[in-house]
Design a binder for this molecule. Structure first.
Ligand SMILES: Cc1cc2nc3c(=O)[nH]c(=O)nc-3n(C[C@H](O)[C@H](O)[C@H](O)COP(=O)(O)O)c2cc1C
Length: 143
């Protein structure tokens, strides 16, 4: 059975809602899902998984949340080479620059970026983003 970790930071629940849709799709497709918030996650959460989905909204000025997610990401930078990594997150008024930077970062780390790009969503996920996220979950379960 495939094992999928979904690790996310969310301040007001939008990215968390995205995480739940990914989990729904992955579970539906038969994966064992480990959902963990960034404050209690570590490299151990991705040690023996088939794929990991990382979620964080655009914070600061087009950056990852700096107190919890950025330090976690620094830890993961060293261990995600060769792993299947999916990215997702919500944003407000920007144009998605934080996600483009994050995509470049994980591919630079040597990870395989699932679907070649992250899923971004303005504010809370609508039905169409929800479907995309469930599809991503199914994809992760099938890797
Ligand atoms: C401190 C702070 C900084 C933010 N910076 C950006 C930004 O640079 N670009 C952007 O598009 N949205 C920005 N936002 C908006 C959030 O990304 C947006 O509200 C998102 O839906 C929050 O997701 P969450 O509910 O998972 O926390 C910022 C929000 C906060 C609170």
């Amino acid at each position: 059975m495939s094992k999928v970790s979904i690790i996310y930071w969310s301040g007001t629940g939008n990215t968390e809602a995205m995480a739940f849709y990914i989990a729904e799709g992955a579970k539906e497709a038969g994966a064992e899902v480990n959902m963990v918030t960034a404050d209690s996650a570590s490299a151990a959460d991705i040690a023996d998984v088939t794929a990991v989905a990382l979620g964080c909204p655009s914070m600061g000025v087009e950056v990852l949340e700096e107190t919890t997610m950025e330090p976690l990401m620094c830890e993961l930078d060293g261990v995600i080479s060769g792993k299947n990594v999916a990215l997702f997150g919500s944003y407000g008024w920007g144009d998605g620059q934080w996600m483009r930077d994050w995509e470049g970062r994980v591919t630079g780390d040597g990870a395989t970026l699932v679907n070649d790009e992250g899923i971004i969503c303005n504010a809370a996920p609508d039905d169409s983003v929800a479907e995309q996220l469930k599809d991503l979950g199914r994809t992760l379960a099938g890797l």
